[in-house]
Design a protein around this ligand. Sequence first.
Ligand SMILES: NC(=O)c1ccc[n+]([C@@H]2O[C@H](COP(=O)([O-])OP(=O)(O)OC[C@H]3O[C@@H](n4cnc5c(N)ncnc54)[C@H](O)[C@@H]3O)[C@@H](O)[C@H]2O)c1
Length: 383
Amino acid sequence: MRVGIGFWGLGMIGKTHIEALRLMQVMFQELPEVSAEVLCTRTAEDYKKRLFGKVVHDSREMLNDERVSLVDIPSPNYAHFEQAKAAIEHKKHVYLEKPLAVKLEEAGELVKLAEHAGVVNRTAFIYRFVPAVAAMRELVKSGCIGEVIHFHMRFYHYSYLDPKRPSSWRQQSALSGGGSMLDLGIHFTDIINWMFGETDEVSAVQRTVIKERYQDASRTEKISNDTEEWCASIIRMKNGAAGTLESSRVSTHIDSGTTIEIFGTKGSLKFDAGHAEVLEHFNFQTKRIETISEFEDIGKYSSFLARMVPPARHDCGFFLNAHIASLKSVIEAASGKDTNPEAATFREAYKAQRLTSMIMCSAAEGRNVKASEFPMIQEEGRK
Ligand SMILES: NC(=O)c1ccc[n+]([C@@H]2O[C@H](COP(=O)([O-])OP(=O)(O)OC[C@H]3O[C@@H](n4cnc5c(N)ncnc54)[C@H](O)[C@@H]3O)[C@@H](O)[C@H]2O)c1
């Protein structure tokens, strides 16, 4: 089935999505028939007209266009809920950037609406599409490092360490829903749920370093920043494992700043986004460090990913590679050929936002937070 995509906005990550679409059309011969049918945007510069079949300002024009079967939403967080809801109401499949919504309750409503409507619903949790991260999960599940004792994950940026950088929607919690944890850390709350199952309890601390920023590029007025810029949490899982997750927009990192380490009774595994093409394995029996670079045969999901990410000769770096694989998987699902056994559905995205909300609540209120305080949503079936 042909997939016509309607893009709702074209900011930083929207450009990555369209880049991903164009590149996959060059790289993969076996791709469902797909087109960038419509862009809904506030400004229609000429370059946008070159990239999309049609550029519109009124979203109804996109939503009522029968050639559009999938709506891609890479807009700021505050727009996600209303846009995804409208797309679902028009029976469109939806690919939504993370987080699902500013508020957890709205995220839960989107899960119910999408499942009830029976449309394909996916979120851009791209770390599920990094072969080394997927292999890590397969190796943990197969017992390669024994019983998991603890994990250590961190997601450091220094994008807002410069006090002269003006504020954006990201520094206003009413528009973003939260700071570094909801923006960056949420990628890894998804990975934590995905790798280790259910959470029992969390405890977290946070800090805002630059409490006021210039309102805009004119650098005249300042406004307050009511979001955290660094957050550290300890997460206890129901299976007995525990670990730490840190997110930051103000940490000057010497390595890539984005790392996952898992420590077990038989060894440990380390992923560093700066060397995303490999995974390091410390084997406690041999006391040797093995570098794993072939992932295809590690498990069912790794075999699936091997045909989703660009082949080595077309390597675009792990970030774009993962966006290509994630969008390709959504396009396949929208075309009626869903083969992804581990799709980041809205339900999965809700779980990630739920754990992120627990961490944010713990940091804000200075207390341990139990998972039972945050509702799960009833199963209605997956699409
Ligand atoms: N998955 C990832 O790897 C990843 C990476 C970065 C950002 N993101 C997510 O992508 C989203 C956008 O982030 P960004 O960094 O591109 O932000 P951005 O501020 O660079 O871009 C947002 C764009 O949306 C436009 N916009 C504003 N209001 C809109 C509305 N109501 N409707 C449509 N468009 C609107 C803006 O003009 C801007 O062009 C966020 O939800 C963010 O969390 C995901």
